[in-house]
Design a protein around this ligand. Sequence first.
Ligand code: BGC
Length: 755
Amino acid sequence: MTSEMTLREKILLCEGESFWHTKANDTAGIDSIMLCDGPHGLRKQAAAADMLGINESVPATCFPTAAATGCSWDEELLTEIGTALGEEARAEGVAVLLGPGVNIKRDPTCGRNFEYFSEDPYLAGKLAAAHIRGVESTGTASSLKHFAANSQEYKRFSSDSVMDERTLREIYLTGFEIAVKEGSPSTVMCAYNKLNGVHCSDNKMLLTDILRSEWGFDGLVMTDWGAMSDRIAAFKAGCDLNMPGGSDYMLRETMEAVERGELLESDIDRSVGRVIALAKKKQAPVPCDMEAHYALARKAAAESAVLLKNDGILPVSDKSGVVFFGKMAKEPRYQGAGSSHINPYRLISACDAAPDVKYAEDVSEARSAKICVVFAGLTDEYESEGFDRDNMKMPPEQVALIEAVAAENTNTVVVLSCGSAVECPWADKVRAILFVGLPGEAGGDAICDLLFGRANPCGKLAESWPLSYEDALTSGYYAHGKKDAHYREGVYVGYRYYMSAGVPVRWEFGYGLSFTSFEYSDLKVDGKTVSCTIKNTGSVAGKEIAELYIEPPRGDFYRPTRELRDFRKVYLEPGEAKIISFELSDRAFALWNDGWQIPGGEYGILIAASSEDVRLRGTIIRPGSTSAAPKTPDWYFALKGKPTHADFEALLGRKIPEKPLKKGEFTMENTVAEMRNHSLMMKIMYSAVEGTVAKGFGGKKDYSNPEFRMMMASAADASMSAMKINGAMKNYVLDGMLAIANGHPLRGIRLMLKK
Ligand code: BGC
């Protein structure tokens, strides 16, 4: 097939046709296919396209975001959701659904945490694989994203994620590995950022050596929207499709590289083959049952909610005298802002779901109520794709409302809606707290099911909730004004740090209450098979999540004291007991030391109700074999204070070069926002961009509006080459501007005139 196509035709086939479409090709016999976001609902923009979820899309079921479904620890549920998402995409003629995102919640303030499952790669990978299996079962292709090490929004288009290989393998790649091996997605989306200095789009180690050769991925790699760095390097690296399309990005340079013999035509043919294969997968549309999907969204929200505190006030058996407080009871916060933002098919608030419950505008109503339920959390301005949160605080007015109601009435319950952990200094003042994440369109129904006992909470936290942001190891050096991401903490992410360093948290990873109670007994460890019995000792049916952690022996290698290696979610009627079992693979004991290696010794095998609540403990002796442990700075063993830059350089075994911005050395990799303090031309450009973006917001430069902030970050913080791809400006204009910014005005003008 490719032999009948011209080189130009082939290169262009590896770039989309438009924002959401690939190209049709008669020679190859393929139609154009449509690719749409996203991870918790279909965002098919039939009219104006954008990557930030601003323009309206067709109505679709809004499932709970990953911040919620991560807490379900329920692979079957994720497959059901994936199936429903795939069906909706197929019904709308969409061939590829862009999701799920399996990036690690490295820091609680990452603006996009709501779209990711967990701080733990095993849990994230298992849930992503289950989601993918569902989507793919419908004939819709999924796209696992954002590959890899993309855990901050600040300077997301250009930042460099710097880390040691062990951290990369154990924490940042493991989730992708599980999702690829057990989910078999048709496509993988490479991230915007660099990894140790190399753009993900150009990264052969990531896209070919690891993804394809080691993990056996045989699908297509596409770029995130505007993530292509160097088309020539990207072809060599195994990056197939450049999205969005329509800019002929580096067409001439790529053709010349082939003519010079610098790029093999066979590298392009390989990518062309994958684009053709993907287009041929598209199935004819089949209508789907939106009512059934609403019911699934409701079940998913209920099964994902985490009961963080309950002194017995919940469930409420008699609704009379219950009063709802807080705007979110009426106008729920149910999904995050950005590319995953969809147009919900049917949105139900808690007030809609319980019309017989009184809603109070004024807290003065609190005193006379029997039970006050306050709906609070993070508002849209706090949490979005495109920027990170400044800290972990809730909006002051939300905290004030909780405190005011609790001061008036001791029977206060809080329903928390947010896509990531928040500080809860008010927690002791209320009787119950129900965390629902961003629960999707049916959140209101699900919340009432839980409050009034029609459902029993069975979610557990997929991320640690520190007492305050200062307790998070990364606070102080994570994002917030720092362009490059230095992963100083290494493998000590989330509970791996809190547990190992003995830092108390408000609610630990894996924690969640139920309206019933469970008893764990009869641990058996037989070779690599571990089993135990779980019994429902309460009076209502419920589901328990049993978590298996390993506790490695102390030795030459630094290691977190506990690491999740498996889990089971089991449904039990009152009084019922079930035996659950686990098979431990070699990998469960391994660490990365230039290959997966097992340090020998006695490993604790813990069956736990949370990362801190160990119910059963056994041991396994593992013969091991490892090459010598590398020399590692003390911090990684002692975990005293925070790791310094020097600790990090010693861990990496190299210096991290300083890269100060210098006029004269700007490249297409630099952004307008970066260059504006060094160049008048870029300062003017920045103001022009601001003005243009503001036009879409009634002329207001409103940085408190998350959509405005996101648009500004996308426009002014994208590299000049991404601006070329996005077609924001003509290539020759950008070339000219760069020359002027570098102090060569005449050359710049010549370039602009030359076209
Ligand atoms: C996001 C992706 C998304 C793409 C298309 C990007 O900005 O990072 O997750 O799929 O836009 O909307």
